[in-house]
Design a protein around this ligand. Structure first.
Ligand SMILES: Cc1cc2nc3c(=O)[nH]c(=O)nc-3n(C[C@H](O)[C@H](O)[C@H](O)COP(=O)(O)OP(=O)(O)OC[C@H]3O[C@@H](n4cnc5c(N)ncnc54)[C@H](O)[C@@H]3O)c2cc1C
Ligand code: SF4
Ligand code: SF4
Length: 661
């Protein structure tokens, strides 16, 4: 016999200002199985939870409906409340009166109240069919895979390794370091980026618990939280890492030079090369796309000059499979490719129109110009420099709709750097808005403007074209309402920070979701910003959205804490709200297999006794570790053989009946 209690929350005035909560509680009293009903100002607060616990005891309740906000926010809270009241935590059902009623129907109090009563009726009907559920247990492999070796990946790896767990950093470039290794100085303190980043790279490489797989990519991911099976492609490097001493003779002798990726095209590199002198590991690789030996079977100079015989043109990719308990995504960001969209800025045909990372290389003491800011076209020192913000950010027409968050600060940094090196230069910054939230950030911007004398002009640049040696920049100063024209020697575009091009593919390989722009989606934007919707997969840094270094490092450490919590136990509890197969009903058709996004279902062979004899037949089987309880299999199954615990067909039909009353 069900004895249901209904608890209607005011959520301060969030619900109660629109929904007649007293009426909802009163109506609930007449619903099937309800023996107690009340309302309270904040059900999730300690006194609110005490109201529930007291009522469970006094009225001998064995099922509970909380009519409040979204279960995404407070279902775990109320499950804990039931546990404290001595009930199975899964005996609670929530009706969402806030997001589904008061917030969406603020001007229709009566309608919102009637809808609230309907939602409570549905929850009551469902909880009438609810049975006790118990979490399962799976063992945990205490090894962590960090994908991406930028500052986010390195920080997470070092923190997890310091807790005593083994970590592998999987980095697709030949070195770890990411964008921070490319930068010159960092706002707002203007400390040298390499001085903070390169020691971190060394710490990561030398940590006894960290192994680096550079020049490596993810091939496939199987398994589930605590037990991922990951196959990694270690790409051919054509240099034996054991024999090579990193002496650099080969790099000096290689006759072919191509554009350096690390210098973003601002400098050249040979075909056997380290991305930069402080690369980690500090050994070269051969670029197979440009090496004359690998392409045309000519040259081979590097092999001839190598004193340790380390060059190996026969090297091949290698596949390795390893087990991990947790995966941290730290694949970072890249700059939006403005050249394809911005015809008005010349589609990239003017060499002196560059982006922010190219400028970082130009201003960097270890960059191609040794830190002298020279314009790329002729090496002259630019006197008049224009910086344009929001190129491809905050636009509904081209590029990205979001704010890239870092550009307001790094453009102020770039202006400061230019004016520090050449106080007589003229720096003009075209902006839509200046956004500088952060410790000492606004002060930094004000210093660039008032201390160093950068000229900020509010307005969007409509055209850039070449006239002789000058770039003509045309815009409108929207503060004075007049057109402006600047004759510039160099233009720096603060282009949007975008998701890496293949971010959606890697998210699909690992098995979690991403947003419309390709950034990885957190499980909950406020309460679970580090987790993905796949258990055991966490997020660190700019792969989740644009961030500066302090924010990236904080999130990386938070991801490490999540991994540490997961690894702190030998076994972990799994959600009981997963699918199960009634083998008696299953016809073995396998229709459920392709619809499962987590590859949790397979066909297995079972033996049955039929007419005294033993026969074999195939049935679907759900892997409890892989199943995430999303439910498409239950819809695909024509014989109704798959059911989802906590959302059984019977519960859903009871809700539909209640909704149709
Ligand atoms: C011009 C400019 C100036 C900036 N200046 C500052 C500053 O002064 N101060 C500040 O706080 N912030 C600054 N930033 C922001 C800073 O660059 C980022 O906050 C920081 O680099 C983010 O680190 P990350 O590790 O998340 O990403 P990244 O640095 O992008 O690292 C990601 C790593 O993952 C690797 N990777 C990507 N995909 C894969 C894959 N599929 N498999 C394996 N590996 C993969 C990449 O190769 C890379 O090594 C600046 C940004 C720009 C554009
Ligand atoms: S010459 Fe040989 S040992 Fe020296 S860096 Fe090149 S590959 Fe390594
Ligand atoms: S509920 Fe079904 S579809 Fe979803 S993960 Fe589990 S088995 Fe796969």
């Amino acid at each position: 016999m069900k004895r249901i209690g209904v608890f209607v929350c005011h959520c301060g005035s969030n619900i109660a200002a629109v929904v007649d909560v007293k009426k909802v509680a009163e109506e609930a009293k007449s619903m099937l199985g309800v023996v107690y009903s009340t309302d309270y100002q904040y059900m999730c607060s300690e006194p609110g939870q005490d109201v529930i616990i007291k009522a469970v005891k006094e009225h001998n309740l064995n099922r509970v409906v909380v009519a409040a906000c979204s279960p995404r926010l407070h279902e775990p809270t109320f499950r804990k409340t039931l546990e404290n009241a001595g009930l199975n935590p899964y005996y609670v059902e929530m009706a969402n009166l806030r997001e589904h009623c008061s917030w969406v129907h603020p001007n229709d109090k009566e309608g919102a109240t009637l809808k609230s009563i309907d939602l409570v009726r549905k929850a009551v009907a469902k909880v009438n069919k609810t049975v006790a559920l118990f979490p399962g247990e799976i063992p945990v492999e205490k090894r962590c895979l960090v994908i991406g070796g930028g500052i986010a990946g390195m920080q997470t790896a070092i923190d997890v390794a310091d807790m005593g767990y083994e970590v592998i950093i999987l980095e697709r470039e030949a070195t770890i370091g990411g964008k921070m290794a490319i930068l010159d100085k960092t706002f707002p303190t203007m400390d040298c980026s390499a001085c903070i980043c390169t020691p971190k790279m060394v710490d990561a490489a030398q940590h006894p618990n960290i192994k680096l797989y550079t020049l490596s990519e993810l091939e496939s991911v199987g398994g589930y939280v605590g037990n991922f099976e990951v196959t990694i492609r270690k790409k051919a490097r054509y240099v034996d890492m054991v024999k090579c001493t990193g002496c650099g003779i080969c790099e000096a002798k290689c006759p072919k030079k191509v554009e350096s990726e690390f210098d973003y095209g601002m400098g050249k590199r040979p075909c056997i090369y380290k991305p930069f002198p402080q690369a980690v590991p500090n050994k070269p690789m051969i670029d197979p796309e440009n090496c004359r030996k690998l392409k045309e079977n000519k040259c081979g100079v590097c092999a001839k000059v190598c004193p340790t015989d380390a060059v190996n043109f026969e090297d091949k990719d290698e596949l390795v499979t390893e087990r991990f308990g947790a995966i941290v995504m730290a694949t970072g960001y890249e700059l939006y490719d403005w050249k394809k969209d911005f015809g008005e800025y010349g589609y990239g045909k003017y060499p002196d129109v560059i982006d922010g990372l190219q400028f970082e290389r130009l201003v960097n003491a270890s960059g191609p110009t040794m830190g002298k800011i020279k314009r790329p076209s002729d090496g002259e020192i630019p006197q008049d420099i224009v910086i344009i913000k929001c190129v491809g950010s905050r636009s509904t027409e081209k590029g990205k709709t979001y704010c890239s968050k870092i550009c307001c600060m790094y453009t102020a940094k770039h202006a400061t750097q230019i004016l520090e090196k050449n106080p007589n230069a003229n720096v003009y910054i075209f902006y839509m808005d200046v956004r500088t939230p952060g410790k000492m950030y606004d002060e930094f911007y004000m210093r660039a403007k008032e201390g160093y004398g950068a000229t900020y002009l509010r307005g969007q640049v409509s055209k850039i074209y070449q006239e002789g040696k000058k770039l003509i920049v045309k815009a409108e100063d929207t503060l004075v309402g007049k057109p402006v024209e600047v004759k510039a020697d160099m233009v720096i575009l603060a282009t949007a920070a975008a998701a890496v091009k293949d971010s959606s593919e890697i998210a699909q390989t690992v098995g979690f979701s991403y947003d419309k722009d390709g950034f990885f989606t957190e499980a909950h934007p406020k309460l679970r910003p580090i987790e993905t919707n796949t258990a055991g997969v966490f997020l660190a840094g700019t792969c989740q959205g644009p961030k500066d270094i302090p924010e990236t490092v904080s999130q990386a450490t938070a991801a490490a804490a999540k991994v540490g919590a997961l690894f702190s136990k030998d076994k972990m509890a799994t959600s009981p709200m997963i699918s199960y197969v009634d083998e008696g009903l299953c016809s073995g058709c396998g229709l459920c297999i392709p619809v499962c996004p987590y590859k949790a279902i397979e066909l297995i062979t079972i033996k049955e006794r039929v007419h005294g004899g033993e026969v074999e037949r195939q049935v679907a089987n759900v892997n409890a570790g892989l199943c995430q309880g999303c439910g498409p299999c239950t819809v695909a199954c024509r014989s109704g053989a798959i059911n989802l615990r906590g959302f059984t067909n019977q519960q859903i039909l009871a809700e539909v009946d209640a909704a149709c009353q």
